[in-house]
Write a protein that binds this ligand. Structure first.
Ligand code: PMP
Ligand code: GLN
Length: 379
């Protein structure tokens, strides 16, 4: 069979989690918490599961969930999104990203993404017949090279994918960055796909700058959010996309034939939880900042070099004082010989630079982080 994705292998998250299981390593690779989601949320799921909410939910998402999302988006970002026409519930942010790309990218259209880029973007663009254009983020601050972006724009450019807070680097975009982006696309037929799944993980008193706060950008943007991150429930694959009505209409044409709809009882449960527990997401920045600080403090005396992340639940570190081998070789050694699984950065690049950086996931119980640090500090 002729492959549609000849250069694509198994995602690095699956590779590393499998390796962690095989070698019984502490898994700081794939991003998921090792603590459970809130009990009150689980109780709501059990309730709806046991009260006949087991058939298809509406294609665009359960109405009360979309209403709760609209309230939240208005509270946080000052945008009164229309729950009926501008919000669509999806089976994970991965699905929302895929739908937005399929809905907008035609054969030979170019899609700009910034490397290191989340690994689903490039294959989704290729499957749509588009051409991924990879622009590396600048080092060491992981910023956008605006000059290079401007030079990459041409009449075939259809979409620019941004991701803030950024996986894997942990950097965030500022209001100035969004203004600059708006300036870059002004007058062009270019849309923005804004991956904001880590919206509640921004630290040190900084704010998450959503495209939804930006009156000019939000007219041209699909903004993607994930309940998996916000409610410590990555396995539920529940997420949503906010986009202007015309864009949402095209998005829904794809969504209805990719999954049609998402798990019904999960949607009812999250709607209740959002209504009754707004404090949950308001407390998340401090909660995850605490995890970041704990982890950074624990590995302070190690030979890894790092700048604490501004956002996400990931911490990138430079391991060049420990080893000079390429990152894939290093993470394999660290997992198989030392018992800590991590994520190399090279799979997030079209052309990986010659750097020695890996990613740790710190959304773990303190005991897990301490156990890992005990190993990391010996290297
Ligand atoms: N985008 C980024 C940047 C991510 O890190 C993730 C993590 N899983 C996703 C999208 C996908 O989210 P979901 O699990 O909701 O599909
Ligand atoms: N987003 C998660 C991470 O970056 C993993 C998601 C996945 O396994 N597909 O680790």
């Amino acid at each position: 069979m002729r492959s549609k994705l000849p250069d694509t292998g198994t995602t690095i998250f699956t590779v590393m989690t499998r390796m962690a299981q095989q070698y019984q390593a502490i898994n700081l690779s794939q991003g998921f918490p090792d603590f459970d989601c809130p009990e009150a949320l689980r109780e709501r799921v059990a309730h709806y599961l046991n009260h006949r909410c087991n058939q298809y939910a509406p294609m665009t998402g359960v109405a009360q969930l979309r209403e709760q999302i609209a309230l939240k988006v208005n509270d946080l970002y000052g945008y009164p999104a229309d729950a009926d026409h501008e919000i669509t519930v999806t089976s994970g942010a991965t699905e929302a990203l895929f739908d937005a790309i399929q809905a907008t990218v035609q054969r030979d259209d170019e899609v700009i993404m910034f490397d290191p880029a989340y690994d689903s973007y490039d294959p989704a663009v290729r499957l749509a017949g588009g051409v991924p254009v990879h622009i590396p983020l600048t080092q060491p601050d992981w910023g956008i090279d605006w000059q290079r972006l401007r030079e990459s724009i041409n009449p075939r450019t259809r979409l620019i994918i941004i991701n803030s807070p950024h996986n894997p680097s942990g950097s965030i975009l500022t209001r100035d960055d969004l203004d600059e982006l708006a300036d870059v696309i002004r007058g062009h037929d270019i849309l923005i796909l804004s991956d904001e799944v880590y919206e509640h993980m921004v630290f040190d008193g900084q704010q998450h700058e959503s495209v939804l706060c930006h009156t000019e950008l939000r007219e041209k943007s699909f903004a993607v959010f994930s309940f998996g991150k916000t409610y410590h429930a990555t396995g539920w694959k529940a997420a949503y996309c906010v986009a202007p009505a015309a864009l949402s209409a095209e998005f829904r044409k794809v969504h209805q034939f990719v999954t049609f709809t998402s798990t019904s009882f999960i949607q009812f449960a999250i709607a209740d939880f959002m209504r009754d527990h707004a404090e949950h997401h308001l407390e998340l920045p401090a909660f995850y900042q605490g995890k970041r600080d704990t982890f950074c403090k624990l590995i302070e005396t190690s030979r890894f070099r790092f700048t604490p992340s501004a956002g996400t639940y990931f911490q990138c570190v430079d391991y060049s004082a420990i080893s000079d081998v390429p990152d894939m070789e290093f993470v394999r050694w660290l997992c198989q010989e030392k018992g800590v699984a991590t994520i190399p950065l090279s799979p997030f690049y079209a052309q990986a630079p010659d750097s020695r950086i890996i990613r740790f996931c710190f959304c773990k119980d303190d005991a897990t982080l301490q156990q890992a640090a005990g190993i990391l500090n010996q290297l």
